[in-house]
Each structure stands twice: as structure tokens, then as C-alpha cells.
Design a protein around this ligand. Structure first.
Ligand code: AMP
Ligand code: MG
Length: 329
């Protein structure tokens, strides 16, 4: 029997979630990216429970989720015109904007930085809970730190049963990959892409009308979370281009390695002894199934996962970022 209740996202569950959160509890909620582990973002003791449940390093700051731009203005020192334009274009949606923080934001949320990461999620359940609570929610992905992010309520249960107060089941998440993070805290002239995510960089650049700098030492300095171990299943992950997938999996199997394959449909023809997951729906479908596929192959007991690489365009950029980190172990 699970120790943490898992309830489908009907109105009574939303009311229960809001009351647990108002009392300083931690609740896993669906968003359009991945499941988030939510707590009252202005209550340092509630936020501390997120870090404890996940085993998250204290130097990795959390994203504050709010119901709209007006609520974002209350937690940022200032919302510059560029941030306002991106919020108008992409909120609610999978874009997180880093701004200078207001004094109400607890130190623990920002991990001691002078900034705060803010997002308005585009999920009716997440928004209903935010409105019922009337306060920002700190909500990192609802997995044990280092593990693949959860895209179904069952993934949350597998990682956090007994460690959190409630899981709200809203079904599989739409994007399957976390939000894109852009830092606008250093002024209008210096937008910096800190994390690839469900909102493609191309869409951001089209909205801004210019290229955005990305990554590098500057991003690592501004976003400590980038340094940590991430997204790793128990099996070792190997990245292989489509043409070589089948041959590599067969060679590993022939050498006695228990191997599974994560690919885009159509599946490469392989013997039935090699578990092969093939995601339909192009790059979006692959993104949606990526973390779930890593977890499924783990459950099948494979020691090695051969995962198909993708072109680095659109959401393919975020897919390759997650796959590389998964392969680092
Ligand atoms: P998660 O919610 O677990 O997917 O991780 C949140 C991501 O946002 C991590 O990469 C954090 O490092 C990043 N992040 C959160 N707050 C900030 C901030 N104030 N400045 C820079 N990056 C942040
Ligand atoms: Mg995470």
C-alpha cells in the first residue's frame, strides 16, 4: 500500500491540495512540462521540506510558479520591458524567467542568489491550485534528486512515496520535458539562456528579434543547478545515431549485456529479447516519452540503454541536453 495518497485531479482534490499547501505541506502537482513538487514558496519551512523530500542540494534554487504576471510582479524586484514582452508572448507556458528578486522571496528558494526564477504554468490543475492558495508555489520536478523527471503520477509515487503529503494525478504531461530558463536579471542587454527546455530557443529568438547567448561558464555561474547530476536512470545510457542503433544494441546483446533501446518510431527491427521503445509523434513525441522511457527500461532490468540522438533544432535541443546528462550518469 502506498503511504502517500494519489488522487485524481477533481475539484475535491484541488481543494485538499490547497489546504495541505496552506498548512506548510508538500504536494506533487501536474504541469504541462513535468510533475512538480510544490510547497508555499514564501514559507521557508515548507520549502525546506521540498529539499528534504527530493534530497536536493541546497545550492540548487527553485522556480516559483505563479498564476499570472501580476503575481510575478510581487516577487520580482522589477519586471523589465523585455521580461514583460516574453511573459505576454509565452505565459502561461513552459518559459521560466530569472529576474532580480523581491525581499519577500526566502533565501532558501533562491539558494542565496539575488535572483528568482518565475513561471506561469499552462496546466488547468496547476493554475486551479495556485488560485485556490493565492500564493506562489515553489515547485522543482517531483523526482528524487538526480533521477529522470516524472511525467506521470506513478513516477512521483515510485520516487517519493512516504516522503510527501499528496500526489495529484492529472495524467501524462503534455511536453515531457522541463521549462526553458532565460536569465534577464542582468539588464536588457544581456539575456542568457540557462537551460534548453520545452519552449524552443527558436521561438524565443523570434519573439526577441535577435539571437540569445547560451550556456558556458556564465550560465554555470548564474544557475548552480546546472552543475549537478541529472536525469539519470539506473542503467548506463549510450547515445547512438539512428543508423547505428540496431547494430549497437545487437552487439551489446551478443556480448552478454542486457540492453534496451529508446528510439523514435518506427522501431529499428530487433529481436524480441531486446526491449525496444519507439515514440510516435516526431520530436515532440520523443520528448514526451523520453523520461518515461528511461524509467520503463530501468523497470525491465536492463543494464544499458541505447538511446537515439536527434538533430539539435527546436525541442531536439532540449532532448539532446537531457540525453547527454542522462548519459553522464
Ligand atoms: P527543476 O525545477 O528541478 O527542473 O530545476 C530548476 C532549474 O531552474 C535549475 O536548473 C535551477 O538551477 C534553475 N533556477 C532556479 N532558480 C534560479 C535562479 N534564481 N537563477 C538561475 N537559475 C535558477
Ligand atoms: Mg529537476
Amino acid at each position: 500500500m502506498p503511504k502517500t495518497p494519489l488522487r485524481s485531479a477533481e475539484p475535491a482534490t484541488i481543494a485538499l491540495a490547497a489546504s495541505i499547501l496552506a498548512d506548510g505541506g508538500v504536494v506533487a502537482i501536474p504541469t504541462e512540462t513535468v510533475y512538480g513538487l510544490a510547497a508555499d514558496g514564501l514559507d521557508p519551512r515548507a520549502v525546506a521540506r521540498i529539499f528534504a523530500a527530493k534530497g536536493r542540494p541546497a545550492d540548487n534554487p527553485l522556480i516559483l510558479h505563479v498564476a499570472g504576471l501580476a503575481e510575478a510582479e510581487a516577487i520580482a524586484a522589477e519586471v523589465p520591458p523585455l521580461a514583460r514582452a516574453l511573459a505576454d508572448a509565452f505565459w502561461p507556458g513552459p518559459l521560466t524567467i530569472v529576474l532580480k528578486r523581491a525581499a519577500v522571496v526566502p533565501e532558501i528558494v533562491s539558494a542565496g542568489l539575488d535572483t528568482v526564477a518565475i513561471r506561469v504554468p499552462a496546466h488547468p490543475v496547476a493554475l486551479a491550485i495556485l488560485r485556490a492558495l493565492g500564493r506562489p508555489l515553489a515547485a522543482p520536478s517531483a523526482n528524487r534528486s538526480g533521477r529522470p523527471s516524472p511525467t506521470r503520477a506513478e513516477h512521483v509515487l515510485a520516487d517519493l512515496d512516504g516522503r510527501i503529503d499528496l500526489i495529484v494525478d492529472g495524467g501524462p504531461t503534455a511536453h515531457g520535458i522541463e521549462s526553458t530558463v532565460i536569465d534577464l536579471s542582468q539588464g536588457e542587454g544581456a539575456p542568457l539562456l540557462l537551460r534548453q527546455g520545452a519552449l524552443p530557443r527558436e521561438a524565443l529568438e523570434a519573439a526577441l528579434g535577435r539571437p540569445i547567448a547560451e550556456g558556458g561558464a556564465e550560465a554555470a555561474a548564474r544557475s548552480p543547478g546546472l552543475r549537478h547530476r541529472h536525469y539519470a536512470p539506473r542503467a548506463r545510457v549510450e547515445l547512438v545515431a539512428r543508423e547505428g542503433l540496431g547494430a549497437r544494441a545487437e552487439a551489446l546483446a551478443a556480448a552478454g549485456v542486457r540492453v534496451g533501446v529508446l528510439a523514435r518510431a518506427p522501431a529499428p527491427p530487433l529481436p524480441p529479447a531486446i526491449p525496444t521503445l519507439a515514440a510516435e509523434g516526431g520530436l515532440e513525441g520523443y520528448a514526451r516519452e523520453l523520461f518515461a522511457g528511461l524509467r520503463t527500461l530501468d523497470e525491465l532490468g536492463v543494464a544499458r540503454i541505447v538511446a537515439e540522438t536527434t538533430p539539435e533544432v527546436g525541442i531536439g535541443r532540449a532532448i539532446m541536453d537531457r540525453l547527454r546528462r542522462a548519459a553522464e550518469g
